[in-house]
Design a binder for this molecule. Sequence first.
Ligand SMILES: [Zn+2]
Length: 182
Amino acid sequence: MDITRPKTMPTENTPCIVCEIPATRNVGDGVVRYDCGRCGAFALSGSAEAVLPSMLAEAPLRRSLMSCTLRRMQRPDSSRLHTITSYDLPSLWAQGSLPTPRQQTDALILWIGDHQSTPFDLVEIHRAELAATIGLPISKPDDAPGFAWLNSQVEPEKLYEACPEGKIRTRVQAHHGGMEEV
Ligand SMILES: [Zn+2]
């Protein structure tokens, strides 16, 4: 019997192995690729994928730390990814703690500055992606509680507003003078 085996298996919809929001998973040549709206695109060796759930379960914060690290590793071209092995895994949560609220706010301001072409532009981004970028802990659903908390910390600055469909809209430039005091 002639059996042809596809080199890459079809895309499977599955929760992200790291942050658990809906993601896609592909297997090919012993490497598993995830595309996640929070963590971004990342590739695990088969053995790394096998041991990761138990390693994440050892310390709940590891999920948030790894999601933040993966997001910050993203490059514009995600077609070629470095494969993370089981030996690499501990380095993805080695920082041990998430950024402080001040650092999260600074990262938010930097991100907006990098993505806003003029002071009057609004920048839209999926909330979960921005949460990982600035290092908020994972909070369900869709990082809404995390942003509600951050918003309460920076409310007077009006850095951004929540939009439907899990998006964040920012108009930070007009308040730039006040941001140094956040
Ligand atoms: Zn994820």
